[in-house]
Write a protein that binds this ligand. Structure first.
Ligand SMILES: *Cc1c(COP(=O)(O)O)cnc(C)c1O
Length: 362
């Protein structure tokens, strides 16, 4: 673009920013009584222990907020390491999984070879590829929207995928992940497990076996704490050290005091966590069978959302019809998936409202 073509308000922007195509999060409308099934938040409240811990960390007068938090969030790191049977130097923490993913790009993916990622996956990956100027080759999912790990056998500067994948919900087995890691011994392989707690087996089990494995988790989905902003990475100590270097060159205090306290309480209340994950899975299976009853094709989901299409109805039309009655779901206007709706699993009442409304529309 020559300087004469640059719109006035952009004239002081860097060329990189002018060309950026930022990630568009699912909307967070401020409307009452909305049935919000568009951003994969939990339909359950967080553990009541989280609320207690956050209030108690704040203290009576909030004076503690004058002071910076622990830059290492050591108390939370310790609790999470113990929870997963890892050492604290195998755990990295950041301000939400999106932030730790950004640090992963800087720490591992700025290589001469391009990284590999599925053509249909978490839509933040291509945004980071652009922001960090990391060349990315997209590997198509197969006709059933599955990842074939043997497609990732080409030379690369890294691999990133979500498991279960988003927005499909389709899961790879631990054996397939092991295959992917063995096929790529010279690259960092990142498995984003934002939805692993809804029925998958975590690759954390493989960390001590593979020195090229990086696993990401978040408290936003299965722990009902999207508002607290905690994301984490698990890997061998040499990989975590690279991430700490990036973090300490970016923001030394990514986790605030309230997030640290609330995060600890969440991991300490495992009974609540296990029971809400199971309840979510039960709600999902029930919703899947009802939607199949209405004629929907539903991809096999191991997440807290489903990806579904109706052979006789346009996805856009369905989404619009739902919206008119205050039910919001996510539609991606992208090749291959523009006939699908991504529907977050809600409470039993919300799911019923969705099914009833779809019945009317169809
Ligand atoms: C939601 C999500 C994230 C981001 O989680 P935050 O911790 O809320 O930033 C990362 N990866 C995938 C695949 C997600 O769906």
């Amino acid at each position: 673009m020559s300087s004469v073509d640059i719109p006035m308000k952009q004239r002081l922007w860097s060329p990189l920013v002018r060309d950026l195509v930022p990630y568009v999060p699912g909307e967070q409308p401020k409307i009452n009584n909305l049935i919000k099934l568009n951003t994969n938040e939990s339909p359950f409240p967080p553990s009541p222990k989280v609320r207690e811990a956050v209030i108690s960390a704040l203290g009576l007068d909030g004076d503690v907020l004058r002071l910076y938090p622990d830059p290492d969030a050591s108390s939370l790191k310790q609790v999470i390491a113990t929870y997963h049977g890892l050492a604290t130097n195998q755990v990295f923490l950041g301000n939400g999984s999106d932030e730790v993913l950004a640090h992963i790009y800087t720490a591992f993916f700025k290589q001469s070879l391009p990284i590999l990622s599925p053509d249909i996956s978490y839509s933040f990956y291509p945004v980071y590829s652009q922001l960090y100027a990391v060349e990315t080759v997209q590997i198509p999912l197969d006709a059933d929207f599955r990842i074939d790990v043997n497609d990732y056998k080409v030379p690369n500067g890294g691999v990133i995928l979500a498991n279960p994948n988003a927005p499909t919900g389709v899961l790879l087995s631990l054996d397939q992940i092991r295959q992917l890691l063995s096929n790529n011994p010279e690259s960092v392989v990142v498995i984003d497990e934002a939805y692993i707690d809804f029925g998958g087996q975590s690759a954390i089990a493989l960390i001590n076996e593979f020195d090229n494995l990086v696993v990401c988790h978040t408290v936003s989905k299965s722990r009902a704490l999207a508002g607290l902003r905690i994301g984490m990475v698990f890997g061998q100590a040499h990989l975590i050290e690279a991430l700490e270097r990036v973090k300490n060159s970016f923001n030394s205090y990514p986790l605030d005091r309230l997030a640290i306290a609330g995060g600890v309480a969440s991991y300490e209340d495992d009974a609540y966590f296990q029971s809400t994950c199971q309840a979510l899975i039960d709600l999902r299976e029930d919703l899947v069978s009802k939607l199949q009853g209405l004629g929907f094709d539903v991809l096999p989901s191991h997440a807290n959302f489903i990806f579904a299409r109706h052979p006789q109805h346009e996805a856009v039309t369905l989404a619009k019809g739902l919206r008119e009655s205050g039910i919001i779901v996510r539609h991606f206007a992208k090749p291959r998936i523009d006939q699908f709706l991504r529907i977050t699993i809600g409470t039993a009442e919300q799911n019923q409202a969705l099914v009833s409304r779809l019945q009317e529309i169809l």
